[in-house]
Design a protein around this ligand. Sequence first.
Ligand SMILES: [Zn+2]
Length: 258
Amino acid sequence: MWNFSLIKPADFRVPARKVTRVFLHCTDSDNADLVGVGLAAEVNRWHLANGWAGIGYNFIVDKIGQISTARPLEIQPAAQLGPDGLGNVATIAISTHLSKEWTAAELEATRELVRAIVEAYAAIGVEITIWGHTEIDPRPCPVYPWRQLMGLDASRRFGSAPFVDPGELANEPPIVATRAWPKLTIADPAQPPIGARPLFEGCHGDDVTKLQATLTGAGFDTQGIDGWFGRNTFNAVGAWQRAHSVTPANGIVAPGEI
Ligand SMILES: [Zn+2]
């Protein structure tokens, strides 16, 4: 059982495990009274109820700008799927109460925490890049305009542009388009050769593109060939596996299977 506590950005301490990225997330709570450690505990309960090993984020920020610890920093976060999401990340969630709404306080606290993380790593010579979950996983998360809020440049680092007042952004429409940002050009893990790794939801790369083309060509429509293994590709893989009596038909493609 994990204990949660409120922290300030300056309390951030670099964990022993390797971290090179910060991922930003959002999560919904329909209980307006949940803040601080209570919010962390609630999200933790959801994750446990889903059969996961507790809350996947390392921090959670509430709508009044309090930061609670969540999954212990020394433990790998579990809020991103796939090879780009596993390893090397610290994650942060914002409570977007009642979906697609956010407050200046929560965005400001998130910004300060991210800056503290970046600075803590800069002090030990590690350069951190800052990502939205949707950049590696086809979901509209986070829903807030994280790039403007953080003042990120195209390399996903704090740029020279001034921060935008979170209060101004509060009136912006939620982000729904995914991956509108230029395709990753830095810190992207080397792509494994086609057929060299298992493929599952959350993966992306040339091998996923080839898989989608093969499936679609065989009559198992992936609803597009974009190199991102999302829910449609998952469904197509499952249909292919059932048609070929593969057990388990779990939507995970073993190397060379398809
Ligand atoms: Zn997310």
